[in-house]
Structures are given as structure tokens and as C-alpha cells.
Design a protein around this ligand. Sequence first.
Ligand SMILES: CC1=C(CCC(=O)O)c2cc3nc(cc4[nH]c(cc5[nH]c(cc1n2)c(C)c5CCC(=O)O)c(CCC(=O)O)c4C)C(CCC(=O)O)=C3C
Ligand SMILES: [Fe+2]
Length: 356
Amino acid sequence: MSNPSNGAAPTHPLAPYDALLLVSFGGPEGPDEVIDFLEIVTKGSGVPRERLEHVGEHYFRFGGRSPINDQNRALIAALHSELADRGADMPIYWGNRNWHPFITQALEEIVTAGHHRVLMLTTSAYPSYSGCRSYREDVQEALDELDAPLVIDRIGNYGLDDGFVTANAQALQAALGELPGAHVLFVTHSIPTAMDEASGPVGESGAYVRRHLDVAGRVATVAGGASGHELVFCSRSGRPETPWLEPDVNDRLAELHEKGIDRVVIAPIGFVSDHMEVIYDLDTEARQTCDELGMTMVRAATVGTMQPFVAALIDRAMSRADQARVQPGCPLQTPEGCGGHGCCANSRAPLTPALD
Ligand SMILES: CC1=C(CCC(=O)O)c2cc3nc(cc4[nH]c(cc5[nH]c(cc1n2)c(C)c5CCC(=O)O)c(CCC(=O)O)c4C)C(CCC(=O)O)=C3C
Ligand SMILES: [Fe+2]
């Protein structure tokens, strides 16, 4: 509250930020959008046409509608209510890398509304080119096109934040409640091994896998009650001759079955909400693998809008604002040292200019 004696305007708890920007992957919302979406996603990535058609089928199975946009709408609502609870509500804009509303559209709205300094959050919790650096490259590119006096900072990768771990642990505990003593398969998106090697700040390598292993270990410890746990991967794409992170969740399920382990919990710590990878690759495909092998499987919830997760994002925003108040300029292209920019020192995409 403002102090009436000096007439000062109340200081917003997130000052100097005047808006938040949620940046996400995007997904189609109807059958006629699927192919155009997939073409945008795979532009210049070398993903073969057959893979594209194959993944298109996953979307068509769900009426051509990805769950990701509704998940993001729900997350924005939850962020607003968390902000309101702390007396800190502010506008939240939303832009996607690959589908409407695009990042460029969000930035145009931000500029039109007269905002000057915006804090960006992404729906990816881990360091890597795909999950971190490409988001800030895309936002930087959109910013360059606008030529407006707008500064965008970002919060760092939040996978190891207490609230993210707690929310995942609560989800795992609930799943283990249904299947006590089960073996836990923590799952994340596979990426090319070269992308994993290039992940992390300058001088570091393999941060993508290492961070997931750290999160998995903490989540398993906090939840308790698993007979064992490990990290596996889903949603491999790319060319078959390019090495990607393994084992694939389905291959590992078959191996576990061979060893006589037939009770598993699948915990998608790599996804912040029920993306297509979760509802297709895990709930449909991996579930079918389990059914065929006669294994019992429970899928743990994604953190979605769980309170500890939403609070962790706002905690991050608050501490980023504290930092920004004493450090006026820390633009997106700063490779290290502020806001956890060091997610991926090496640019994977030769088409996009390197930022450091
Ligand atoms: C690390 C990572 C994340 C997590 C971080 C983050 O959240 O960003 C992520 C998220 C997502 N990936 C998604 C969808 C797709 N990803 C693809 C392709 C690829 N992903 C990759 C990596 C990642 N992807 C990579 C290395 C490729 C190969 C092509 C390339 O190198 O560019 C393809 C093309 C077809 C295919 O090959 O599968 C699709 C359709 C959706 C939307 C799902 C929905 O609709 O709910 C989401 C959230
Ligand atoms: Fe992907």
C-alpha cells in the first residue's frame, strides 16, 4: 500500500516489470491446422516427411487439437490468481513459437499497451537448445522486428526449484498410492545426443540429462516409496541415423518385463503439463505397450496448475524483479550471469544467428 503522507504511487512487487509474457511451443486447435503447424515446427530441422505424417496421426487421433493451448490458458489463469493472492496482479501475455498466438503477435500487443519492461516465462523447465535457447532466440528476433523500446528479461530454468520438485513429488506420491512399491520411470523428451552435449552454459556439457537426473533424484526422495527409479525418453524424431537420447520408454518397459518388473509408474517430469507427448506417447502408446506385456502402469500427473509449481514461477519472477531493480539492463542475448541465460551456450540452428 502507498504511504499517504508522501503521496508516492504504490510500488508493484514485480516492478520494474509491467507485464509477464508466457512463451510456449504452441499446437493446432483443429484438424485443418495440423499440417501447417507441423511444417512450421520442422522447418529446417531435417525431420523426414514420413515422421511428420506419422506425428500428424497423433494429432488427428485427438480431433486435430493439441491439449497444450488449453493447458496454457489454465496456467495463465492460475498465475493470475497466485499474483492476486500476493497483491501483485499484472497483465500476462502469451506467445508461441510454432502456432497462434505467435510470439510476434504477443509482442505487438505488449507494445500497443505501452509496456516497457516485460518478464518472460517459458513452459520448459530444462536447459537445451530446443527447450530454452531457441525460445529466447525467437523472442529476440521478434523484438528486433518491432524496433520498439521494449526490454524483455527471462526467468531461468526452474526444474530444480523447490516448488517444481514438490509438485512433481506430490503427483508421484499420488500415483504410488495407487501402485505401492512400483518401479518409477521418469520420462522426458528425447533430443539428439549432440543437443544434450551442447546444453548448459559455456564450459558445461550434458546439462539437459544431468538436470533431469537431479530433478528425478529429488522427486523420488521427496515422494518416497518407489522400489527403484530411472530416467527414460519419449518422442524421438529426426533422422534414424542421428543418435538421440535412449532408452525409449517402450523399449525399457519391455526390458523391465523381461526382468520380472511388471508394476510401473510413469512420471513425466520433462513436461510441465499434458502435452501431446504425454497424452499420446505415454497415455496411448506406452500404455498399449504395458497392456500387451501384461504390466500394470499408472501415469503420474504433470505439474499443470498445481499450486507449488505456480508459486515457484511467481517466486522466480519476484526474485528476478529484485535483481532487475538494481541491474537496469540485462537483455535476452546476455549469455551468462543474469536470469539463468546459460541454458545452451551453443546455437544448434545454423539458420539463426548466434547470440554470444
Ligand atoms: C526438448 C524438447 C521439448 C521440451 C521443451 C519445450 O517444451 O519446448 C519439446 C516440446 C514439444 N515438442 C512438441 C511437438 C513437436 N516436437 C517436434 C520435434 C522435436 N522436438 C524436439 C525437442 C523438444 N520438444 C526436437 C529436438 C525435435 C526434432 C525437430 C527439431 O529439431 O526441431 C515435432 C515434430 C514432429 C516430430 O518429429 O515429433 C513436434 C510436433 C510440443 C507440442 C506438443 C503438443 O502439441 O501438445 C512440445 C511442447
Ligand atoms: Fe518437440
